[in-house]
Design a binder for this molecule. Sequence first.
Ligand SMILES: Cc1cc2nc3c(=O)[nH]c(=O)nc-3n(C[C@H](O)[C@H](O)[C@H](O)COP(=O)(O)OP(=O)(O)OC[C@H]3O[C@@H](n4cnc5c(N)ncnc54)[C@H](O)[C@@H]3O)c2cc1C
Length: 459
Amino acid sequence: MNQLIAAIREIVGPQGVLEGEDVRARPATVQGGSCEARAIIRPGSTEEVSRVLRLCHEASQPVVPYGGGTGLVEGAVASPGELMLSLERMNRIEEVDTLGRAMVVQAGVPVQRVQETAEDAGLFFAVDFGARGTATIGGAISTNAGGNRVLRYGMLRDQVLGLEAVMADGTVVSAMQRFIKNNAGYDLKHLFIGSEGTLGIVTRAALRLRPLPRSRHTAMLALDRYQHVQELLALLDTELGGTLSGFEVMWNDFYRMVVEGPTGHRPPLGVDHGYYVLVECLSADPAPENPRFRAALEQAMQRELVSDAVIAESRAQQDALWAIRDDIPTLLQLMAPLLPFDISLNLHEIDAFVLDVRERLSRRWPEVDSVSFGHLGDGNLHLVVGIGQDNPERRRQVDDVVYNAVRERGGSVSAEHGIGKEKLPYLAWSRSAEEVSLMRTLKGSLDPRRILNPGKLLD
Ligand SMILES: Cc1cc2nc3c(=O)[nH]c(=O)nc-3n(C[C@H](O)[C@H](O)[C@H](O)COP(=O)(O)OP(=O)(O)OC[C@H]3O[C@@H](n4cnc5c(N)ncnc54)[C@H](O)[C@@H]3O)c2cc1C
């Protein structure tokens, strides 16, 4: 190992290798802990990534790719015999093509910098989520991140025009085209999008940009029946003519915990409603008023879908509404030790699922509590379970309870966070044996020595 690290240092230079305390000082996950990798390798170019991987391939040395470390499924966690490969020094925005509506970036650029650079150029990078300041484009591509605007613009996959990746043996595959259509054979970029660093290291990407919306309209609505949540989504989707970009639902338990928590949010609505929906509409119309948005909300009130509502009148009020939805730190503080779940289900089944899981958990462990919220516009529920006792057995048992309920309904155990190490035992609960077998075939042929992120996604 020491020889290998010395050879890698020759490639990446002294600032490209961290060892000892510099490694330990880094957190293992967003929930804490300490990085256990033997060393952190920080290449400065695609060529250096390629040369490092060639050496690791020859030595059958496991490598864990690392972006911003914000992933929620232990996908970037390294064990003591592993090398971590961080893209943090590859953080250049190479080009903004305003007419072609594309941006070429290195993988280590944070998502928020892409958003801000696009905005400075009068354009829009559509993916957005709470960890935007730290999560990198390489990590977001590798997890096929979703977030708050999937309803309108799709997932990260839909924002990638082209990419460059380095295979396990060091081969560089450059598929950096910037056009939307390319049916000349297999579209290989999709091998790397959402494969969690198990098939290659993403080093650069050509991202799709959209026209910058000229106005943003935000409201928070209180509802008392889940049936009304579904009807509201259908109504707004129809009435807002494709401009509905966010439909975030918080169950009463989530809303109450956050607005009554230590952060000091001013509750925009009373705390006794069953559901709170944060609605956002991005429009090309520059007018501060949006008659269509107001008319749609009035229609929802007239049809008695909505019990109470507040419409943000300023950017500060919009941010205050989003701050409630994004206040995951309060959950982490009040519910730890906890398990976060990220589930896809048919929309009409989600509330019944929440009630069912709550009941199964409290019957078995009265001290266990849970809160629910999610990107309901996409059928994506986040369920956070405070597990009471922090031990592996309890974690496994709670996982089993929740994922059994998912399996019974034919849902997915991962809507947008991926499988990582944490959900490994449950991949086959929402994929068929044939699908898992094909995944193994791909892994075996692209990374025959299994050096790329071993023990993640597939065991
Ligand atoms: C507060 C909070 C809110 C979040 N909200 C959302 C949300 O709404 N939607 C959502 O989808 N996710 C969300 N996440 C999860 C997380 O932010 C995303 O998964 C993000 O895409 C990970 O990016 P990263 O750069 O931090 O990757 P990391 O955590 O460093 O890595 C994630 C995975 O990608 C691999 N990887 C990283 N970089 C590369 C690369 N260059 N090449 C190959 N593989 C690589 C890693 O090995 C690992 O398997 C949230 C996280 C937090 C903490």
